[in-house]
Design a protein around this ligand. Structure first.
Ligand SMILES: NC(=O)c1ccc[n+]([C@@H]2O[C@H](COP(=O)([O-])OP(=O)(O)OC[C@H]3O[C@@H](n4cnc5c(N)ncnc54)[C@H](OP(=O)(O)O)[C@@H]3O)[C@@H](O)[C@H]2O)c1
Length: 309
């Protein structure tokens, strides 16, 4: 069995963190991208191979010719268009050299989540294969709430806007929320590659806190009262959330249109309902327990990194 790991979408936020972790391991990593990218290839010293996700035969050839044993997908799925990744899964099934697959889930397993349909489609596709696969559930990326801790992930003021001293808390904010920084998620995922057998899913979290606890830490440390709104489940179910100052930057990432704003708010409201209704449950198996020697960044440490104590 070869030790070649392809990271599909490896040029993005989580993907870059994974490539960093793989570079420190014994695995050989390769990035799959829609376009060749010589500057990225030179900057990080990892091959960036062009993948035409619409052409399954060419994907099979790519996997075979580079002896790719494991595919880890970090393909962005914000548009809920899973066909891209399903083609990659089917190509991995056809490629005789490819044995393992981790789909681009990396999030909650709530059935009400706006991404649920696309995630279930990926799992259904994997279930039709002989591949050994697993889905990883890391909670919310802690990267959203840090400034000075390095990250490739685009910031998104999900519930809490650290820079804007504001928060829009789903429900009453008294339930636990789970967090992992992408650098730690990448370290756990790389460690998982070393296990001989995989279960169908793993959970991982660096830390858990309620939104109210996190706001209290941030307020006390910054000496600033946050502008906190509590969005009721009824409001969230209408696809509405309280707008935070940091949301405007996200609209800009999606070209700043009114359509982008409305889509973003609906997606965020869907995630918020999932949290407020207590669907964010992390029962295990937990990668934290399987790999206790990994010490991940905690929420408090992430806030300290912001200059908050
Ligand atoms: N739990 C959380 O809090 C949380 C937060 C953010 C993201 N996530 C999840 O983490 C995963 C990765 O997210 P991310 O933010 O790292 O992604 P990202 O940076 O937005 O995108 C990753 C890569 O996907 C590729 N890509 C984009 N659109 C594509 C398309 N239509 N077809 C094929 N490739 C496409 C791009 O690579 P090329 O242009 O090089 O092809 C891009 O660099 C996703 O599953 C996402 O839902 C979870």
């Amino acid at each position: 069995m070869s030790h070649v790991v392809a990271v599909a979408g490896g040029s993005g936020g989580l993907g870059r963190a994974l490539v960093d972790a793989l570079k420190k391991s014994t695995y050989k990593s390769i990035i799959l991208a829609r376009q060749v990218n010589p500057s990225l290839e030179n900057a990080i010293g990892v091959p960036v191979l062009q993948a035409d996700y619409s052409d399954q035969d060419s994907l099979v050839q790519l996997l075979e010719s580079h002896k790719i044993d494991t595919v880890i997908s970090c393909i962005s799925n914000y548009d809920n268009s899973q066909s891209t990744e399903i083609n990659l899964i089917e190509a991995a099934e056809r490629a005789s050299v490819t044995h393992r697959y981790i789909p681009s889930i990396w999030s909650g397993q709530g059935k009400e989540s706006p991404f649920a349909a696309s995630r279930l489609a990926l799992l259904d596709a994997l279930n039709q294969t002989r591949l050994e696969w697993t889905a990883i559930f890391p909670g919310i990326f802690l990267d959203f709430y840090t400034l000075s801790v390095p990250s490739y992930t685009k910031k998104s003021a999900l519930a809490l806007d650290i820079e804007g001293n504001a928060a829009a808390i789903p429900g009453d904010g008294t339930y636990p929320v789970y967090f992992t920084h992408t650098a730690d998620l990448a370290t756990y995922t790389t460690a998982l590659l070393g296990l001989d057998h995989w279960g169908k899913k793993y959970f991982v979290y660096a830390d858990k806190m309620t939104w109210n606890e996190i706001i209290a830490v941030a307020e006390a440390a910054k000496g600033v009262k946050f502008n906190v709104a509590y969005d009721s489940v009824e409001m969230l179910k209408r696809g509405e959330i309280t707008e935070l100052p940091g949301h405007k930057a996200v609209y800009e990432q999606f070209f700043g249109s009114e359509e982008a704003k409305s889509l973003f708010q609906k997606v965020m409201a869907g995630v918020a309902v999932y949290m407020a209704e207590g669907q964010m449950v992390y029962e295990g198996p937990l990668l934290n327990e399987i790999f206790p020697s990994i010490t991940p960044l905690t929420v408090r440490e992430a806030l300290v990194g912001n200059g908050i104590v």
